[in-house]
Design a protein around this ligand. Structure first.
Ligand code: SF4
Length: 257
Protein backbone atom coordinates (compact mmCIF):
# COMPACT_ATOMS: atom_id res chain seq x y z
CA UNK A 1 0.00 0.00 0.00
CA UNK A 2 1.19 3.50 -0.78
CA UNK A 3 2.70 5.16 2.32
CA UNK A 4 0.46 8.21 1.97
CA UNK A 5 -2.71 6.13 1.74
CA UNK A 6 -1.71 4.03 4.75
CA UNK A 7 -0.96 7.23 6.66
CA UNK A 8 -4.51 8.41 5.95
CA UNK A 9 -5.99 5.14 7.17
CA UNK A 10 -3.89 5.21 10.31
CA UNK A 11 -5.07 8.73 11.01
CA UNK A 12 -8.65 7.55 10.54
CA UNK A 13 -8.27 4.82 13.13
CA UNK A 14 -6.58 7.28 15.46
CA UNK A 15 -2.98 6.07 15.38
CA UNK A 16 -0.58 8.94 15.97
CA UNK A 17 2.16 9.02 13.41
CA UNK A 18 5.76 8.57 14.37
CA UNK A 19 7.78 11.46 12.96
CA UNK A 20 11.50 10.93 12.48
CA UNK A 21 13.25 14.27 12.45
CA UNK A 22 15.82 13.16 9.93
CA UNK A 23 13.53 11.53 7.39
CA UNK A 24 10.10 13.09 7.87
CA UNK A 25 6.89 11.26 8.68
CA UNK A 26 6.82 7.49 8.61
CA UNK A 27 3.62 5.68 7.77
CA UNK A 28 4.49 2.96 10.27
CA UNK A 29 4.10 3.48 14.00
CA UNK A 30 7.09 2.34 16.08
CA UNK A 31 7.75 -1.28 15.32
CA UNK A 32 8.80 -2.33 18.80
CA UNK A 33 6.82 -5.39 19.81
CA UNK A 34 4.61 -4.59 22.81
CA UNK A 35 4.42 -6.83 25.79
CA UNK A 36 2.30 -9.86 24.99
CA UNK A 37 2.72 -9.44 21.23
CA UNK A 38 5.45 -11.86 20.21
CA UNK A 39 6.51 -12.48 16.66
CA UNK A 40 4.43 -15.08 14.79
CA UNK A 41 4.89 -18.58 16.08
CA UNK A 42 6.69 -20.87 13.62
CA UNK A 43 5.54 -22.74 11.79
CA UNK A 44 1.99 -21.51 11.28
CA UNK A 45 -0.09 -24.29 9.80
CA UNK A 46 -1.89 -23.19 6.63
CA UNK A 47 -5.65 -23.50 6.89
CA UNK A 48 -6.02 -24.77 3.35
CA UNK A 49 -4.02 -27.95 3.79
CA UNK A 50 -6.16 -30.90 2.71
CA UNK A 51 -8.18 -32.01 5.72
CA UNK A 52 -11.74 -32.26 6.91
CA UNK A 53 -14.80 -32.69 4.73
CA UNK A 54 -14.69 -33.14 0.99
CA UNK A 55 -14.54 -30.03 -1.19
CA UNK A 56 -17.96 -29.00 -2.52
CA UNK A 57 -18.60 -27.64 -5.99
CA UNK A 58 -19.46 -23.96 -6.41
CA UNK A 59 -23.08 -24.90 -7.19
CA UNK A 60 -23.34 -27.00 -4.05
CA UNK A 61 -21.73 -24.23 -2.02
CA UNK A 62 -24.25 -21.68 -3.33
CA UNK A 63 -27.08 -23.99 -2.32
CA UNK A 64 -25.61 -24.50 1.14
CA UNK A 65 -25.15 -20.74 1.61
CA UNK A 66 -28.77 -20.16 0.70
CA UNK A 67 -29.90 -22.88 3.12
CA UNK A 68 -27.80 -21.33 5.86
CA UNK A 69 -29.27 -17.89 5.20
CA UNK A 70 -32.83 -19.20 5.31
CA UNK A 71 -32.21 -21.25 8.46
CA UNK A 72 -30.81 -18.23 10.29
CA UNK A 73 -33.71 -16.06 9.16
CA UNK A 74 -36.29 -18.43 10.58
CA UNK A 75 -34.23 -19.76 13.50
CA UNK A 76 -35.93 -20.09 16.87
CA UNK A 77 -33.26 -22.16 18.60
CA UNK A 78 -32.74 -19.65 21.38
CA UNK A 79 -34.79 -16.97 23.05
CA UNK A 80 -33.14 -14.17 21.04
CA UNK A 81 -35.43 -14.87 18.12
CA UNK A 82 -38.27 -13.28 20.08
CA UNK A 83 -36.61 -9.87 20.37
CA UNK A 84 -34.58 -9.54 17.19
CA UNK A 85 -35.72 -7.80 14.03
CA UNK A 86 -33.90 -10.31 11.84
CA UNK A 87 -31.10 -12.84 11.92
CA UNK A 88 -27.84 -11.48 10.54
CA UNK A 89 -25.77 -14.19 8.85
CA UNK A 90 -22.80 -12.19 7.56
CA UNK A 91 -21.52 -10.22 4.61
CA UNK A 92 -18.70 -10.44 2.12
CA UNK A 93 -17.28 -12.50 -0.72
CA UNK A 94 -17.91 -16.21 -0.28
CA UNK A 95 -14.30 -17.26 -0.82
CA UNK A 96 -12.56 -14.51 1.12
CA UNK A 97 -9.15 -15.32 2.59
CA UNK A 98 -10.03 -13.37 5.75
CA UNK A 99 -12.93 -13.93 8.11
CA UNK A 100 -13.61 -11.31 10.77
CA UNK A 101 -15.70 -12.60 13.67
CA UNK A 102 -17.42 -10.26 16.10
CA UNK A 103 -19.81 -10.76 18.95
CA UNK A 104 -23.41 -10.18 17.85
CA UNK A 105 -25.49 -7.71 15.88
CA UNK A 106 -26.12 -4.36 17.55
CA UNK A 107 -29.18 -2.19 17.09
CA UNK A 108 -28.16 -0.85 13.68
CA UNK A 109 -27.04 -4.27 12.44
CA UNK A 110 -30.30 -5.79 13.65
CA UNK A 111 -32.21 -3.14 11.72
CA UNK A 112 -30.18 -3.33 8.51
CA UNK A 113 -29.39 -7.04 8.46
CA UNK A 114 -25.65 -6.56 8.05
CA UNK A 115 -22.84 -6.93 10.61
CA UNK A 116 -20.54 -4.05 11.55
CA UNK A 117 -22.37 -1.03 10.23
CA UNK A 118 -22.42 2.35 11.91
CA UNK A 119 -19.44 3.90 13.71
CA UNK A 120 -17.91 0.58 14.79
CA UNK A 121 -18.24 -0.70 11.24
CA UNK A 122 -16.52 2.37 9.86
CA UNK A 123 -13.66 1.92 12.29
CA UNK A 124 -13.41 -1.78 11.38
CA UNK A 125 -13.25 -0.82 7.70
CA UNK A 126 -10.44 1.65 8.44
CA UNK A 127 -8.58 -0.97 10.48
CA UNK A 128 -8.86 -3.45 7.62
CA UNK A 129 -7.77 -0.91 5.03
CA UNK A 130 -4.71 -0.10 7.14
CA UNK A 131 -3.45 -3.62 6.41
CA UNK A 132 -4.55 -3.59 2.78
CA UNK A 133 -7.93 -5.31 3.16
CA UNK A 134 -11.37 -4.34 1.91
CA UNK A 135 -14.63 -5.78 3.20
CA UNK A 136 -16.03 -5.89 -0.32
CA UNK A 137 -13.19 -7.84 -1.93
CA UNK A 138 -11.26 -10.04 0.47
CA UNK A 139 -12.95 -10.11 3.87
CA UNK A 140 -16.08 -11.90 5.06
CA UNK A 141 -17.60 -10.51 8.26
CA UNK A 142 -19.77 -12.47 10.68
CA UNK A 143 -20.64 -12.72 14.35
CA UNK A 144 -20.70 -15.53 16.88
CA UNK A 145 -24.39 -14.80 17.48
CA UNK A 146 -26.69 -14.14 14.56
CA UNK A 147 -29.41 -12.37 16.56
CA UNK A 148 -29.13 -9.26 18.68
CA UNK A 149 -29.21 -9.69 22.47
CA UNK A 150 -31.58 -7.14 24.05
CA UNK A 151 -29.85 -3.93 25.12
CA UNK A 152 -26.58 -5.34 23.74
CA UNK A 153 -26.07 -7.49 26.80
CA UNK A 154 -23.42 -10.21 26.69
CA UNK A 155 -24.51 -13.43 25.01
CA UNK A 156 -25.49 -16.22 27.38
CA UNK A 157 -23.76 -19.61 27.17
CA UNK A 158 -26.87 -21.41 25.97
CA UNK A 159 -27.34 -18.82 23.21
CA UNK A 160 -23.77 -19.31 22.02
CA UNK A 161 -24.17 -23.06 22.17
CA UNK A 162 -27.30 -22.86 20.03
CA UNK A 163 -25.83 -20.45 17.49
CA UNK A 164 -22.19 -21.52 17.11
CA UNK A 165 -22.99 -24.35 14.64
CA UNK A 166 -24.05 -21.68 12.12
CA UNK A 167 -20.61 -20.08 12.35
CA UNK A 168 -18.96 -23.49 12.04
CA UNK A 169 -20.91 -24.10 8.84
CA UNK A 170 -19.93 -20.66 7.54
CA UNK A 171 -16.28 -21.43 8.16
CA UNK A 172 -16.61 -24.81 6.41
CA UNK A 173 -18.09 -23.08 3.36
CA UNK A 174 -15.74 -20.10 3.34
CA UNK A 175 -12.54 -21.99 4.14
CA UNK A 176 -10.78 -18.75 5.11
CA UNK A 177 -7.01 -18.78 5.35
CA UNK A 178 -7.08 -16.74 8.54
CA UNK A 179 -9.64 -15.37 10.99
CA UNK A 180 -9.57 -12.23 13.10
CA UNK A 181 -11.63 -12.46 16.28
CA UNK A 182 -12.57 -8.96 17.38
CA UNK A 183 -13.47 -8.52 21.01
CA UNK A 184 -13.48 -10.55 24.18
CA UNK A 185 -16.77 -12.32 23.53
CA UNK A 186 -15.76 -13.63 20.11
CA UNK A 187 -12.31 -14.68 21.27
CA UNK A 188 -13.48 -16.39 24.44
CA UNK A 189 -16.25 -18.30 22.72
CA UNK A 190 -14.07 -19.50 19.86
CA UNK A 191 -11.52 -20.72 22.36
CA UNK A 192 -13.88 -21.94 25.06
CA UNK A 193 -12.07 -19.93 27.71
CA UNK A 194 -12.78 -17.09 30.08
CA UNK A 195 -9.22 -15.77 29.89
CA UNK A 196 -9.02 -11.98 29.52
CA UNK A 197 -8.49 -10.58 26.03
CA UNK A 198 -5.03 -9.33 26.91
CA UNK A 199 -3.84 -12.90 27.45
CA UNK A 200 -5.27 -14.06 24.12
CA UNK A 201 -3.66 -11.38 21.94
CA UNK A 202 -0.34 -11.77 20.21
CA UNK A 203 -0.42 -15.45 19.32
CA UNK A 204 -1.94 -17.73 16.74
CA UNK A 205 -4.88 -19.84 17.84
CA UNK A 206 -6.65 -22.50 15.79
CA UNK A 207 -10.35 -23.25 15.47
CA UNK A 208 -12.48 -26.14 14.34
CA UNK A 209 -12.06 -29.19 12.21
CA UNK A 210 -9.85 -27.41 9.71
CA UNK A 211 -7.77 -25.87 12.49
CA UNK A 212 -8.19 -22.46 10.90
CA UNK A 213 -5.59 -20.06 12.31
CA UNK A 214 -6.92 -16.97 14.04
CA UNK A 215 -5.65 -13.90 15.82
CA UNK A 216 -7.40 -11.87 18.49
CA UNK A 217 -7.78 -8.13 18.79
CA UNK A 218 -10.07 -5.51 20.30
CA UNK A 219 -13.63 -4.87 19.13
CA UNK A 220 -13.99 -1.58 17.22
CA UNK A 221 -16.83 -0.52 19.54
CA UNK A 222 -14.45 -0.92 22.48
CA UNK A 223 -11.79 1.08 20.65
CA UNK A 224 -14.27 3.90 20.09
CA UNK A 225 -14.75 4.02 23.87
CA UNK A 226 -11.08 3.41 24.67
CA UNK A 227 -9.00 5.09 21.98
CA UNK A 228 -5.86 4.65 24.07
CA UNK A 229 -5.86 0.96 23.05
CA UNK A 230 -5.88 1.67 19.31
CA UNK A 231 -2.12 1.33 19.18
CA UNK A 232 -2.36 -2.17 20.63
CA UNK A 233 -5.01 -2.99 18.04
CA UNK A 234 -2.66 -1.76 15.34
CA UNK A 235 0.03 -4.12 16.65
CA UNK A 236 -2.51 -6.96 16.49
CA UNK A 237 -3.41 -6.09 12.90
CA UNK A 238 0.23 -6.04 11.84
CA UNK A 239 0.71 -9.36 13.60
CA UNK A 240 -2.30 -10.85 11.79
CA UNK A 241 -1.01 -9.55 8.48
CA UNK A 242 2.40 -11.13 9.11
CA UNK A 243 0.75 -14.46 9.97
CA UNK A 244 -1.31 -14.31 6.78
CA UNK A 245 1.77 -13.51 4.72
CA UNK A 246 3.56 -16.42 6.30
CA UNK A 247 0.62 -18.72 5.54
CA UNK A 248 0.29 -17.69 1.91
CA UNK A 249 4.04 -17.71 1.36
CA UNK A 250 4.21 -21.21 2.85
CA UNK A 251 1.42 -22.38 0.53
CA UNK A 252 3.17 -20.85 -2.50
CA UNK A 253 6.46 -22.53 -1.57
CA UNK A 254 4.61 -25.84 -1.16
CA UNK A 255 3.05 -25.52 -4.61
CA UNK A 256 6.45 -24.87 -6.20
CA UNK A 257 8.18 -27.85 -4.57
S1 SF4 B 1 -29.01 -16.20 18.10
FE1 SF4 B 1 -28.60 -17.91 16.71
S2 SF4 B 1 -29.54 -19.68 17.72
FE2 SF4 B 1 -30.45 -17.83 18.67
S3 SF4 B 1 -32.33 -17.44 17.46
FE3 SF4 B 1 -30.65 -16.24 16.55
S4 SF4 B 1 -29.85 -17.51 14.89
FE4 SF4 B 1 -31.04 -18.85 16.26
Amino acid sequence: MLPERRRQYLETIGIDLWVRRDRGASAEPPTATPAGTPAPAHPVRPADEPRGPAVVTSGEAATQWQQLLEEVRRCTLCRLHATRTQGVLGVGPKRADWLVIGEAPGAEEDRRGEPFVGAAGQLLDAMLRAIGLDRHTNVYIANVLKSRPPNNRDPRPEEVEACLPYLVRQIALLQPKIMLAVGRIAAQNLLGTDAPLGRLRGRVHHFGERQTPFVVTYHPAYLLRTPGDKRKAWEDLKFARSVYQQLTQGAADGNRS
